[in-house]
Design a protein around this ligand. Structure first.
Ligand SMILES: *Cc1c(COP(=O)(O)O)cnc(C)c1O
Length: 306
């Protein structure tokens, strides 16, 4: 049985000439080390959802995701550990016969997850009443966890990321996919702290989403570092990730944490922070996705993540 009681991830202080020059202190909260497969914010987001499913007597979980989804990987593993059957509704029918070649789905299936593959169009409509009604008919006894895992219970889990001993930081950088983790962290801030949310998705107004979960306003959305949108990466980003790992021995994923750390470093170099500022970056995990993303990069003859 897995322990859901608040784990304390290591806080790693970063050193670099650039930080000294500008006069800022930088640290990274290694949430990626919470668990090898239920990593980072997915651990936080699943915690109260699975406890609730257990409380209500469910033995089966259902959720949604893409082919390299960290959420799918995390839910499959959490289901295995906590004895739930799991079902993943996966975007893209064409992947159906390629599970063995996809590291995320292969490992999820090894952990007992069953799949239903649906077309991209059907996937887009998965929040409509018609789709949800059919889902309830097809899978009546499943506890449904939303895509990306964001709901009230997920936010409650993410509130546990920022513990009181981290209240000495002035800025907290975090990647935004759906905005749930950012909202949870924001809820736990003190008024003197500013959350910097880095959307990795293009063209969504996350302030509206965050407002649904907390009235707090001490945050900024930094929208210049999505690298073209969700799942998009550039050679420059990959080079940065490889360089960062060499320098600090910290692996980053290219879809979330790589973009957030790149953005934070860029802001530091640009003099965005005043002298003496203490900056905390949240490593939300996502490292399981690297193998699959490297496969795609290799096919395109691009630089890979080391
Ligand atoms: C899912 C994920 C995010 C995004 O979290 P949201 O709560 O959806 O904003 C950030 N980082 C990593 C590594 C993730 O896997």
């Amino acid at each position: 049985m897995m322990d859901w009681t608040s784990p304390t991830p290591p806080l790693q202080i970063l050193t670099s000439d650039a930080f000294e020059r500008v006069g800022v202190e930088v640290a990274i909260l290694r949430e990626d080390l919470l668990h090898p497969e239920i990593s980072g914010n997915k651990f936080r987001k699943l915690k109260y959802n699975l406890l609730e499913a257990q409380r209500l007597g469910y033995t089966k979980l259902l959720t949604f995701g893409g082919a390299y989804s960290n959420h799918i990987a995390a839910l499959a593993m959490a289901g295995k550990i906590h004895h739930f059957k799991t079902l993943g509704i996966i975007r893209g029918e064409e992947i159906k016969d390629k599970i063995a070649q996809n590291p995320t789905l292969f490992s999820a299936s090894q952990n007992g997850m069953q799949f239903e593959f649906i077309t991209r169009e059907a996937y887009r409509n998965k929040d409509t009443p018609a789709f949800l009604e059919q889902l309830a008919i097809d899978y009546p006894d499943y506890y449904v966890v939303p895509e990306g895992g964001t709901n009230e219970l997920a936010i409650r889990g993410c509130e546990e990321i920022l513990t009181p001993d981290l209240h000495n930081f002035d800025y907290i950088s975090i990647a935004i996919g759906t905005g749930g983790s950012c909202a949870g962290v924001l809820k736990s801030t003190q008024p003197h702290q500013t959350v910097l949310g880095f959307p990795v998705v293009k063209g969504i107004d996350f302030s509206e989403i965050i407002r649904n979960f907390t009235p707090k306003q001490n945050y900024k959305l930094v929208t210049d570092y999505h690298f073209g949108g969700y799942g998009k990466v550039s050679d420059e980003l990959i080079v940065f990730i490889n360089q960062f790992k060499k320098e600090h021995q910290i692996p980053l994923d290219p879809l979330y944490t790589g973009k957030m750390v790149y953005g934070t470093m860029h802001l530091i170099e640009q003099g965005y922070f005043k002298q003496g500022a203490k900056i905390l970056m949240i490593h939300t995990g996502g490292l399981q996705g690297i193998t699959g993303i490297n496969q795609v990069l290799k096919q395109k003859n691009k630089i890979c993540i080391e």
